[in-house]
Design a protein around this ligand. Structure first.
Ligand code: KG4
Ligand code: ZN
Length: 484
């Protein structure tokens, strides 16, 4: 044995993903079965559909990952799986399958926090871009190598310095101080959102304006054609104790990550800007325009009452009052749209690709525009200006607090990761600001920014070396915290 091969499985939300990662530094395969088309018509993730889609996809996705890596189960050294945070039923599909595989193969099982996975997506990308190109599957040169703790000091090991990690996704906006320790990394929570995550604000604003789910790619694509200074959105300083006024914090995860102990300068809040956009829409009579757009883009469901589903992230579900385990909570009566019928997932396309995404249903889902003409065909210039202003304000706030935290901690290395890290304006502005301040900033590749399993395999490698294994009682932890 001992190529250091980890099969990683990720099923925390609406993506069924499997990957084979070698020694935490080379992706031999990464397969993502996206459920976006399934959930798009509901404006958010439907928990039962997510679990059912995971159940359908998990076996073919794992098989495809092994086949593309050109290995069999017998070549594996460990199985890694996301154990939380996320949607309980979705997590359980991956955990149960991972457990069964590890038991059958008699190899270790490694539990990974989804947020830690996002952080390691950047580190994986850094390591992969630091080593010579390979032909993808197999990496013959490494086939006979052994690994042990000396690998921690190899040129491929992560640089031995702490980093400030901004994890910014649909369910999280967290700042962590991440330190390479002996074996696994350690994390300290530095800041977080007190209400909505940044991606959540993107999703809700996009929905309000009649665009598809997830909203981030729509806003990202449209903001390029608007004036970012047209609408002066502002973020005010969060005053923790005043803000909470002695009451418990509003989010469930806040119980495991007490907001009151954090520096208020490093706290985020995105519910205010979401409401500001809503007020702007009402004040400027943009409702009708938004409905007309939704009707054009999603004719099947536009006239239905809006369900507002926030299932993947228990905090989101809790705040919106949508239980994450009941489809009856959608707010539709008997007239609601029927759940899509389950069909066999498309087989993965071109064999030999190290990384790919395949969608389980409905490839006809509308896509964000790619030209100004397409953008203008979708919305008038003032709406493009509104979108650009929203994004400019959100990215500006993320930047301001992240760089302030880095400076206050004396950290010269910033990692930005999670679905929102795919955003073009965010990447450009963080890169420019880092250059101005002479600090390093790194992002994952676009496909490593959103949910995938390669990041889970990368995060599992130091745990394999440190022999930090999960027991047979491993279960899903929907509100698993990272760092204290
Ligand atoms: O990391 P991720 O795939 O799942 C979670 O762990 O939440 O992140 C999904 C989030 C969604 O809110 C989506 O709207 C947002 O990432 N997102 C983006 C972009 N691509 C995805 N937000 C802004 N710009 C993008 N290009
Ligand atoms: Zn994620």
């Amino acid at each position: 044995m001992t190529r250091g091969l980890i099969l990683a499985i990720e099923s925390s939300c609406d993506e069924t993903a499997a990957a084979v990662v070698e020694r935490g530094s080379r992706t031999l395969s990464s397969v993502v079965a996206s459920q976006i088309p399934t959930h798009a018509r509901y404006g958010g993730v439907v928990p039962e559909l997510a679990s059912r889609e995971h159940l359908r996809a998990i076996v073919p996705v794992v098989r495809a990952a092994l086949a593309q890596a050109n290995i069999t189960l017998d070549d594996l050294d460990a199985i890694a799986v996301t154990s939380g945070p996320g949607l309980a039923g979705a997590l359980l599909v991956g955990i149960t399958y991972a457990k069964a595989l590890a038991f059958a193969q008699n190899i270790p099982l490694i539990a990974i926090n989804h947020l830690e996975g996002h952080i390691h997506a950047v580190l994986l990308h850094e390591r992969e871009s630091a080593q010579p190109e390979t032909t993808g599957a197999g990496a013959p040169g490494l086939a006979s190598e052994t690994w042990d703790t000396k690998d921690l000091h190899s040129p491929l090991a992560p640089p031995d310095q702490p980093a400030l990690a901004l994890v910014v996704s649909g369910g999280h906006t967290h700042l962590f101080l991440a330190r390479p320790a002996h074996g696994a990394w350690t994390y300290k929570l530095i800041g977080r959102t007190v209400d909505d995550a940044a991606g959540e604000a993107y999703d809700k604003v996009a929905k309000l304006l009649g665009f598809g789910y997830p909203g981030g790619p729509w806003i990202d694509a449209l903001a390029r054609y608007g004036n970012p200074r047209a609408v002066p959105f502002a973020f005010s300083q969060i005053k923790t104790k005043l803000h909470l006024a002695g009451r418990p914090p509003r989010t469930k995860a806040a119980l495991t990550a007490p907001i009151a102990n954090l520096n208020p300068h490093f706290l985020f809040s995105f519910s205010g800007i979401k409401t500001a956009v809503l007020r702007y829409v009402e004040l400027h009579n943009l409702r009708e325009e938004s409905h007309a757009r939704a009707a054009r883009l999603f004719p099947q469901q536009y006239s239905r009452p809006e369900p507002s589903i926030d299932a993947c992230h228990p905090e989101r579900a809790k705040r919106t009052g949508v239980p994450s385990d009941r489809s009856s909570s959608l707010g539709w009566g008997v007239e609601g749209p029927a759940f899509p019928s389950l069909s066999t997932p498309q087989a993965p396309g071109a064999p030999g690709l190290a990384s790919e995404t395949w969608e389980t249903t409905n490839p006809e889902t509308p896509r964000p525009p790619t030209t100004k003409a397409e953008a203008l065909a979708l919305c008038p210039q003032p709406t493009l200006d509104l979108i650009a202003s929203f994004q400019h304000a959100v990215v500006g706030d993320l930047m301001k607090k992240t760089f302030a935290a880095a400076e206050s901690l004396g950290v010269r290395r910033i990692l930005v990761t999670g679905g929102v890290a795919a955003n073009r304006e965010l990447r450009a502005r963080f890169t420019a600001e880092a250059a101005r301040r002479h600090v390093r900033v790194a992002f994952p590749t676009l496909s490593l920014s959103t949910d995938n399993a390669a990041m889970i395999g990368a995060a599992a490698w130091p745990r394999l070396q440190a022999k930090e294994f999960a027991g047979p009682s491993l279960s899903a932890d929907p509100s698993l915290a990272l760092g204290r």
